[in-house]
Design a protein around this ligand. Structure first.
Ligand code: COA
Length: 187
């Protein structure tokens, strides 16, 4: 009998996951359209980012299969100014050898649920207009294509468009937000 691939599980990341996340990221920076960073990250960058996310009660998740980290996703504040404190933007990356196997389908809803649970009300994604996989993944989890930022990037020798995608979290704007443990309204 053939070995069945083991189940994918999603859990909060730990510092021990940093090297695996870096290697997933480094591949996509070099080969993909998923990110506009053109230099690989330093381990300390991911460590710092994780700590900052945890401070804001924002999720930093990994997907694991058979003990190996095969993807990760995290959310960051949309903008620093306090009026934007109920909005987040996120990133999601799947290991090159595990693409199109349902990892994104597990990570993205877990991220959405964690952000909603923490009291955030809107989630934003900037997706390269040629990144069909990401556009379709986000479509299928209720993100709306809000608009296109034309020729906003320059990567691999050409101008690139970015699609702004957005989804409400929890009650969205249907009710007033509960106070987050974040800076108060400016007076
Ligand atoms: C985008 C990404 C996270 C999707 O993750 P994934 O685990 O490969 O996706 P899944 O297997 O869960 O597929 C979910 C859906 O996404 C879409 N999709 C995924 N890969 C696709 C591809 N190569 N072509 C077309 N659609 C694709 C499909 O709608 C798919 O559903 P289906 O398989 O039922 O048709 C992954 O391709 C990735 O890490 N890309 C590089 C980094 C990146 O671009 N990140 C997003 C930045 S905005």
């Amino acid at each position: 009998m053939l070995d069945q691939p083991s189940e994918i599980s999603v859990r909060p990341s730990t510092e021990e996951d940093v090297p695996a996340m870096l290697s997933i990221y480094a591949y996509h920076v070099q080969h993909g359209v998923g990110d506009y960073v053109t230099e690989p990250l330093h381990p300390e960058d991911i460590k710092r980012r994780r700590k900052s996310m945890l401070k804001h009660r924002l999720p930093h998740l990994v997907a694991e299969r058979g003990g190996a980290i095969i993807g990760y996703a995290y959310a960051v504040p949309f903008r620093k100014r306090p009026a934007y404190r109920y909005a987040v933007k996120h990133s999601i990356y799947v290991h090159k050898d595990h693409l199109r196997m349902g990892v994104g389908r597990q990570l993205l809803p877990a991220l959405i649920e964690a952000c909603a649970g923490a009291g955030y009300r809107q989630i934003i994604s900037y997706v390269d207009a040629e990144n069909t996989a990401s556009l379709l993944l986000h479509d299928s989890f209720g993100f709306e294509r809000i608009g296109v930022l034309k020729s906003i990037g320059f990567k691999f020798g050409k101008w690139t468009d970015t699609v702004l995608m957005q989804r409400a979290l929890g009650e969205g704007d249907a009710s007033l937000p509960l106070a987050l443990a974040l800076p108060a309204d400016p007076r």
